[in-house]
Design a protein around this ligand. Structure first.
Ligand SMILES: Cc1cc2nc3c(=O)[nH]c(=O)nc-3n(C[C@H](O)[C@H](O)[C@H](O)COP(=O)(O)OP(=O)(O)OC[C@H]3O[C@@H](n4cnc5c(N)ncnc54)[C@H](O)[C@@H]3O)c2cc1C
Ligand code: FES
Length: 254
């Protein structure tokens, strides 16, 4: 599929929490082509060298021609994005990367922190009657994701580190019970690296195929600069997260 770099228009840039926002951009061609797990690379016009920042596509509305990007304000680039207003223009390159493999019947989606964003789009393309979602975060305030998954899964489970919502503990601690009660044929996981490693290890022990979505610093986003490579466990050649991923089978990269 051709990658499209286009000047898109901001439809809305709304606050979800103090430091998390949802950017809705009008990009009909990208919305039409995008598959779950892909991302866009957004140009940040700060006056300094024009760099882009990668953000996962967390939702598309093909009819309206829009993409939704949910982002946490962590530095200069995301602070720049946070100041954009309706009708401002932003240049968007995408859809980039390889998405999730959807050939499964009873998936478990595991999201941690901002890693929960791309799983919304994934859940939309799976069967809600057979999909289970497990999401984790530090506390109740970080569990603003829950309403976004309503209607997309038969069950939504929550863990928080401090126990202020759902079960107290990490997402991985909820896995044994969930796996006992369901016959998952796939686990998809996106979140902090240590969480993905723990979930992938659990999946391997239980012989459940597992896909992970990796995050790396990216410069070009299109396979040209090698700034995003990661170890390839199944071969000699390092993998590029931007073009070989960001979604990988767990045993390839963890
Ligand atoms: C494929 C992909 C998809 C992503 N999707 C999302 C998303 O949906 N929502 C979202 O909020 N973020 C997402 N990110 C992370 C996002 O790209 C970074 O938070 C953003 O680039 C930070 O830019 P900045 O200029 O604001 O911060 P910077 O000034 O560049 O950095 C600020 C802080 O964030 C850390 N940081 C920056 N980039 C990364 C990174 N790639 N991985 C880990 N830590 C980083 C830095 O170490 C530093 O502490 C994604 C990253 C990738 C590679
Ligand atoms: S970001 Fe340049 S090769 Fe991946």
């Amino acid at each position: 599929m051709p990658k499209i770099a286009i000047d898109t228009t901001i439809v809305e840039n709304k606050s979800i929490t103090d430091d998390v926002k949802e950017l809705i951009v009008y990009a009909p061609k990208i919305a039409q082509q995008a598959v779950p797990g892909q991302f866009v690379h957004i140009k940040i016009a700060t006056g300094e060298p024009l760099l882009r920042r990668p953000l996962s596509i967390s939702n598309v509305n093909v009819e309206a021609g829009t993409l939704s990007l949910i982002y946490r304000i962590v530095g200069k680039g995301t602070a720049y994005l946070a100041n954009l207003r309706t009708n401002d223009e932003v240049n968007c390159l995408g859809p980039l990367g390889n998405g999730f493999d959807l050939t499964c019947e009873r998936p478990l989606l595991v999201g941690g922190g901002m890693g929960t964003a791309p799983l919304i789009f994934l859940a939309q393309r799976l069967n809600p009657r057979t999909t289970t979602v497990l999401m984790g975060g530090r506390n109740k305030a970080e569990m603003f994701w829950q309403p976004m998954y309503e209607g997309l899964a038969k069950e939504i489970h929550i863990t928080t580190d401090d126990g202020s919502m759902g079960t107290k503990g990490f997402t991985v601690s909820a896995l044994p019970e969930l796996v006992k009660a369901n016959q998952f044929d796939r686990i998809f996981v996106c979140g902090p690296h240590v969480m993905m490693e723990a979930v992938a290890k659990f999946a391997k022990e239980h012989e459940i195929p597992c896909q992970v979505s990796l995050e790396k610093y990216m410069a070009c986003g299109i396979g040209a600069c090698l700034s995003c490579t990661c170890v390839n466990k199944l071969g000699d050649k390092r993998k590029k997260v931007c073009t070989d991923g960001p979604v990988f089978w767990a045993e390839e990269v963890l």
